[in-house]
Write a protein that binds this ligand. Structure first.
Ligand SMILES: Nc1nc2c(c(=O)[nH]1)N[C@H]1C(S)=C(S)[C@@H](COP(=O)(O)OP(=O)(O)OC[C@H]3O[C@@H](n4cnc5c(=O)[nH]c(N)nc54)[C@H](O)[C@@H]3O)O[C@H]1N2
Ligand SMILES: Nc1nc2c(c(=O)[nH]1)N[C@H]1C(S)=C(S)[C@@H](COP(=O)(O)OP(=O)(O)OC[C@H]3O[C@@H](n4cnc5c(=O)[nH]c(N)nc54)[C@H](O)[C@@H]3O)O[C@H]1N2
Ligand code: SF4
Ligand SMILES: [Mo]
Length: 889
């Protein structure tokens, strides 16, 4: 089955990855491929795209797609699947009450999907047991905003990042996670070199490339750092007393806590030298145009909400908020994290930024929906929700567009909870994820390129995602699936939708109902939008109330906030001092440049899988030496919750005592690399967000008895090895392997991996004494698979071997050369791919640097690397610098 282009014309749509929300021009081609370019007219990116956005065309193919509903793994009709879901939910509610059912949804749903899911649960089922993966992502920012502003408002715009004279990036790896914003900042700094950038992160990430200062903070030191800053601003006379007096409350209490935090105490708590601290504090004090950007290093903490308020306190105290080039700026992660907040996807919110604990808001929403019921109290937040699933309180659970068996803390506990749950529904685009494995009913959703609706980015800009491909098989849009279940549950009146435009219009109307400026979220200007107008809707920033005039897009310049008295609140936060004495490592986790979350989409792209082809742990070389861990060997990380085995990457970018493991690898791509099996479910007491950046683990060498490497044309059904990691290549897969005990029969192992059938003879070479084994299978049209086994990590060129799946092997000589596993002299090993657009490897860049290319521009001219999306420029600079140093030594 193939996708059909809806028409051959170029469609304006929005990238489905990060919260930058870049505009994309997608052109379906006759040969089934899709041309992708940045939309020059979109105000988020003005034509730029990062490596993930550029590779979107490679991820829309149908391999692995879920194309029909399934009940207990067996294909079923939509009618029977929807009836079953409605019946089981209705039965659970009838027997055990509305709080016995739950939805767990996602910032990757479109606003229209999200709105109907929330309406069904809160207004019709009458429970607030709908929470979202944004609980793991943005909820501390939401809680911090509400505490300070009385509303969940991001005050600023992207333009502020270009207008600022100082950008403070804390807990954000912008170069890899919001690459187009990073590029906008890099361009602004190139135009105005006096602009200053400070990075605050326990690791020296690639984002350090544009930073004038890197504060290598001790994990969770942020609250002490910003509390100390508030005290410093007061001592230096850098406060805006008039602003504090006219527009805020609570300053004295906040300052009373902050005052004792002198440089000495802050230095002790953050691990940052006093002279670096005072240089940063002085820079902040004297630079009026200052933006503080923060993300998961702040949010994903047991003190995430306090960290957010410690940052906002400093901006309120200096009156630096809502004016050009100033403000606290929480950048959102997922493409529709912001849209989910607008529709009230969190268990403690109501639609249109209304609050569940506000009786007036509840009444307003219930009247507007004409709904039989409305949830009266907040529902279960993600971590508690899965605990309730585990202990049997939740009888029916519906998971949409998220993969909690990999992304929730105590992930094995989540898997066990799903196993025990009487009824689990999963709506996804893929058949095989670690979560779909537990579904009683699987519902095939329409994916990016097929679905139709809106998303809101970090700067409150609402953009359209438009379809350009037909919906394959039986897949249906999420809003349709939810609406059909609602109808079958007896709520047809509340869910009369024929298209997403009607849903958008309804939400717009709700946002304006009895608003009159009392709520920040107001898009009532679109309350009567027609299907045609919706089709051509241009990206716009909220608020856009009825008849409202275009503002400069910022909130709070007038000093008016959404609290009862209109004043912003300082929050007196109390930094706690935790020094671990347990001899364990702090486990930090997060993202790499080219993968998205649990790899269900980026894992399909050969280009994106070449940057990091394996799960890894970054360890400081001195810590590694102490533990007897060599670079590129395997390590075991473990604690009372779980155990993973990953590759060791030794780097002094990592602080001592810390390890960093990416969150991306799942059981679909590796043997045991699910990092969330190690993370505890400790949460922030205000927001309920788990402390995902803070687990304690022991790290040990994994004493492999053998190592293997394979290239495979087909995905192997099962891999029986203690360690394995699978990555997509252009025409197949590459596989890293290792095991504790030698196998007796390597040939059977190889045949099972290759899926070799009758009449496919195995070409073999065995050297039992040295533990070397090499096996390959060829057919008339080339290589089916090659496997190399050795006692040491296999020294075959990965890029060369991966390309062999595309070669002809008509000559026996070539077959033997492949078995020898050495690239010819004319085919040097590229090394890990750094530039994914042009497939340029680390070794190629290093060698060009050694032979005279001494800048990123020179490398670009020689190899093209870094000249398309630009996401790799920071890494190229790092490789050039390292090789210049080597050359000089
Ligand atoms: N390539 C890529 N981009 C993405 C995503 C993706 O999967 N892949 N996901 C998107 C999503 S949903 C999100 S939420 C964003 C996340 O974007 P980011 O928050 O920028 O990414 P992370 O890698 O999770 O974490 C950021 C940094 O926090 C640091 N950190 C850890 N602990 C602390 C601490 O105590 N204090 C401070 N100051 N820093 C700390 C980590 O070392 C890490 O470098 O990225 C979005 N963009
Ligand atoms: N240790 C650790 N854990 C983390 C984090 C961390 O930094 N460290 N970060 C956390 C954060 S910030 C986030 S946002 C989460 C992300 O974690 P998840 O949301 O669990 O990860 P995804 O891989 O994005 O899952 C999305 C799922 O939706 C499916 N899908 C894609 N498009 C559609 C669609 O249109 N409709 C439907 N129905 N399904 C679709 C995909 O195939 C995939 O299975 O992880 C969190 N977990
Ligand atoms: S920065 Fe990259 S991932 Fe994020 S929206 Fe833009 S193109 Fe997509
Ligand atoms: Mo996120």
């Amino acid at each position: 089955m193939e996708h059909q282009p809806l028409s051959p014309v170029t469609v304006r749509t929005t990238c489905p990855y990060c919260g930058v929300g870049c505009g994309v021009l997608a052109t379906p081609k006759e040969d089934g491929t899709v041309g992708i370019a940045g939309d020059p007219e979109h105000p988020a990116n003005f034509g730029r795209l990062c490596s993930k956005g550029s590779a979107l065309g490679e991820t829309v193919h149908l391999d692995g797609r879920l194309l029909e509903p399934k009940i207990s793994g067996v294909p079923a009709s939509w009618d029977s699947a929807l009836d079953l879901v409605a019946d089981r939910f209705r039965a659970a509610i009838a027997e055990h009450g509305p709080d016995s059912v739950a939805f767990y949804v996602s910032g990757q749903l479109l606003t229209e999907d999200y709105y109907v899911a929330n309406k069904l649960m809160k207004g019709f089922i009458g429970s607030a047991n709908i929470d979202t993966n944004s609980r793991l992502c943005m909820s501390s920012s939401v809680a911090g905003h509400i505490r300070a502003f009385g509303s969940d408002t991001v005050p600023g715009t992207y333009e502020d990042l270009e207008l600022a004279d100082l950008i403070v990036l804390t807990g954000s790896n912008l170069a890899w996670c919001h690459p187009v914003l990073y590029q906008r900042i890099a361009a602004a700094k190139a135009a105005r070199p006096e602009m200053r950038i400070v990075l605050i992160d326990p690791r020296r990430t690639m984002t350090a490339d544009i930073a004038d200062m890197h504060l290598q903070i001790r994990p969770d030191g942020d609250m002490a750092l910003f509390t100390g800053l508030l005290g410093f601003l007061a001592v230096q006379g850098a406060l805006d007393q008039s602003y504090i007096h006219r527009h805020t409350a609570g300053f004295d209490a906040a300052l009373a806590v902050a005052s004792p935090y002198n440089l000495e105490i802050v230095s002790r708590q953050t691990g940052i030298d006093q002279d670096i601290l005072s240089a940063f504090y002085e820079l902040f004090a004297k630079t009026e145009r200052c933006v503080t950007v923060y993300s998961q290093g702040v949010n994903q903490s047991a003190s995430g909400t306090d960290k957010v308020n410690a940052i906002i306190n400093c901006h309120l105290a200096t009156g630096r908020i809502g004016r050009p080039g100033m403000g606290p700026f929480s950048v959102t992660g997922q493409p529709n994290a912001m849209g989910g907040r607008e529709v009230g996807g969190l268990a403690n919110m109501l639609a249109s930024h209304m609050q569940i604990e506000n009786a007036g808001h509840r009444q307003l929403v219930q009247n507007f929906w004409a709904s039989p019921d409305i949830a009266k109290k907040p529902g279960l937040k993600a971590v508690d929700l899965f605990k309730a699933v585990g202990d049997g309180r939740i009888k029916a659970l519906w998971i949409m567009a998220t993969n909690p068996v990999d992304s929730m803390p105590e992930a094995d506990g989540v898997a066990n909870a799903l196993k025990a749950c009487p009824f689990v529904v999963v709506s996804d685009i893929n058949v095989a994820t670690d979560t779909t494995a537990y579904a009683h009913v699987l519902l095939p959703a329409a994916g990016w390129g097929e679905k139709d609706g809106t998303v809101t980015n970090s700067e409150r800009r609402i953009s359209r995602q438009r379809p350009f491909l037909s919906t394959p098989g039986e897949a249906r849009p999420d809003w349709w699936i939810i609406t059909e279940v609602a109808k079958r549950m007896g709520f047809a009146n509340g869910f009369p939708y024929q298209n997403p435009a009607q849903i958008f219009a309804e939400h717009a109307a709700l946002s304006g109902t009895d608003n009159n400026g009392s709520r920040d979220f107001d898009i009532a200007a679109h309350a009567t939008i027609s299907v045609k107008e919706y089709a051509s809707l241009k990206a716009f920033q909220w608020p856009q109330g009825r008849g409202s005039v275009a503002s400069d897009g910022r909130f709070f310049a007038d000093g008016r906030f959404y609290t009862g008295d209109g004043r912003a609140r300082f929050i007196a936060v109390h930094p706690d001092e935790t020094f671990h004495q347990d001899g364990l490592f702090t486990l930090n986790s997060g993202r790499v440049r080219d993968h998205w979350h649990t790899m269900t989409r980026t894992g399909k792209s050969a280009r994106l899988s070449a940057h990091f082809a394996e799960p890894f742990a970054e360890i400081h070389p001195l810590d590694a030496a102490q533990k007897g861990i060599a670079d590129a060997s395997l390590v075991k990380l473990h604690n009372g919750h779980g155990e993973i085995i990953v590759r060791a990457l030794l780097t002094d970018r990592q602080a001592r005592g810390n390890v960093f493991v990416p969150m991306h690898w799942t059981n679909q791509f590796s043997g045991s690399a699910r990092v969330d099996t190690l993370v505890t479910s400790r949460t922030d007491p205000v927001s309920g967000q788990p402390a995902l950046k803070m687990a304690r683990v022991d790290v040990q060498p994994f004493a492999a008895g053998w190592y293997g490497f394979a290239v495979l044309r087909n995905k192997p059904p099962a891999i029986a090895a203690d360690y394995w990691a699978l990555a997509k290549t252009i025409d197949g897969y590459r596989l890293e392997l290792a095991g504790l005990e030698d196998l007796d029969d390597w040939s059977t192992f190889a045949e099972a991996l290759f899926g070799a059938g009758e009449g496919m003879p195995l070409l073999r070479y065995h050297d039992e004494k040295n533990g070397q084994h090499r096996m390959a299978v060829f057919t008339d049209d080339g290589l089916i698979g090659a496997l190399y086994i050795a006692r040491e990590p296999v020294a075959v060129s990965r890029s060369w071997a991966s390309e062999q799946l595309l070669q002809s092997f008509a000559l026996a000589q070539n077959r033997f050369q492949l078995l020898a596993g050495r690239p010819g002299k004319d085919m040097p090993d590229k090394g890990a791919i750094v530039c994914s657009c042009f497939s340029v490897g680390r070794n190629e860049i290093a060698s060009a640097a050694r032979s005279g290319c001494h800048s990123v521009a020179a490398i670009g001219e020689a190899l093209k690397a870094g000249t398309n999306c630009g996401s790799c420029r920071a890494e190229i600079r790092g490789i050039v610098d390292a090789n210049l140093v080597q050359a000089a030594e």
